[in-house]
Design a protein around this ligand. Structure first.
Ligand SMILES: [Zn+2]
Length: 386
């Protein structure tokens, strides 16, 4: 068996390239993790997810415990077998989803009682139960159960919430069953207050985890404050452990996170955008519902080898979305995930080459430029039939 371990291969400024070794195989970092909330990356087969180069995917404790149920997942061979993803899986603890339930949940010092968003049935999650469910699901990486306050909030409320999360982190660690190649991540909280982030990072490092996540960001504070918070947080985390920025973000957010020493990201953005006709590429974003794409025979990107770009035009995708055809979301999700993975591979290569500053500047300049004009387009505008 392989020990759970993150090995650093190269450093460029504060950015790191490395390899995360797990019981379910290695993951090259920095990495973007597609979100498979209920045991599926929406609109994608797992072969398609694999073809984009994804190394690890997410599952969600809250959703899977309600449906189909953790014991059902175990009876079906565990989450890896059930969804046909033998690679590493990280499961969210359910804390964030439960907190988002608003009036449907009641928080106490011990845990959270809530009503299912599906049928109104009553459930409870606390650090011990969340950790046990993630064990039953067979998560490669288990997340601590924590509370995530919405921003903006008073510093006092953020502090009380963070300290509660740190007590819960100690209980989550206590409940975690050590297995070769499996790991558990603590989650740094503390809003955008540097001293609270420092207190939280120290509390987690004193407990000791296989990796450290930065939570409670991308919840409305804006990119500038998010980056400022990363600037004060990542230097406080152990240099030999992986760092995961939760729920982030746009390509530009990912670049800024990598530059600040983050190794792992997850976000619904590329998959959700793929279902709503928004495409990411080297020149920013396109809304394929826009009438100007009705006659655009070019693929979404000249540099992409995904199924959408190698076989289909923007005009065809525009038609699929206009006609509400299910193939539209499938093809565009595939493309967006392919773009995110290609961008992450590019960042990793740039870190290894010691070239991240120039590479990042070139990415930002191209995003700002907007779509290729016909003159700039580097190849014939109708893709050849393979
Ligand atoms: Zn593509």
């Amino acid at each position: 068996m392989t020990a759970f371990n993150w090995r650093c291969e190269a450093v460029d400024g504060r950015a790191r390239a490395g390899v995360l070794e797990t019981a379910h195989g290695p993951v090259a970092t920095p990495t973007f993790m597609p979100v498979g909330t209920v045991g599926t990356v929406k609109a994608m087969t797992m072969d398609a997810v694999r073809s984009t180069g994804a190394g690890i995917v997410l599952g969600n404790t809250y959703h899977l415990m309600l449906r189909p149920g953790a014991e059902r997942v175990r009876a079906l061979g565990g989450l890896h077998r059930m969804m046909d993803w033998p690679g590493p899986i990280l499961t969210d603890s359910g804390g964030f989803q439960v907190m988002s339930l608003g009036a449907l949940r009641k928080l106490d010092q011990d845990g959270v009682t809530f009503q299912s968003h599906i049928d109104g049935s009553k459930h409870r999650l606390d650090p011990e139960r969340s950790t046990a469910i993630q064990y039953v699901l067979d998560a490669t990486i288990t997340m601590c159960f924590d509370e995530c306050p919405a921003l903006p909030a008073e510093a006092e409320a953020i502090a009380a919430s963070m300290r509660l999360s740190m007590r819960w982190a100690a209980r989550s660690r206590e409940a975690f069953v050590q297995r070769e190649g499996y790991g558990q991540f603590g989650i740094v909280q503390g809003g955008v207050e540097p001293e609270l982030r420092a207190e939280s990072a120290k509390a987690l490092c004193d407990i000791g985890f296989e990796g450290y996540a930065i939570g409670g960001l991308a919840v409305g504070e804006g990119q500038e404050l998010m980056f400022a918070t990363l600037d004060v947080t990542t230097p406080l985390l152990p240099g030999d452990k992986p760092r995961y920025l939760m729920g982030v973000g746009t390509p530009d957010d990912l670049l800024g996170g990598v530059e600040r020493g983050v190794d792992m990201f997850d976000c619904v953005m590329p998959t959700r955008a793929g279902r709503t006709a928004r495409a990411y590429n080297e020149r920013g974003t396109l809304n394929l519902r826009n009438a100007r794409f009705a006659t655009d025979a070019r693929p979404i990107s000249p540099d992409c080898d995904c199924l959408a770009c190698s076989r289909h035009s923007r005009a065809y995708l525009h038609h699929l979305f206009r006609a509400d055809e299910i193939l539209g979301p499938m093809l565009l999700t595939w493309h967006n995930l392919a773009y995110y993975q290609r961008m992450m591979r590019g960042l990793r290569a740039a870190i290894i080459a010691g070239d991240l500053a120039a590479h990042g500047a070139a990415l930002r300049a191209a995003w700002a430029q907007g779509d290729w004009t016909e003159d700039e387009w580097p190849q014939p505008s109708i893709p050849p039939v393979p």
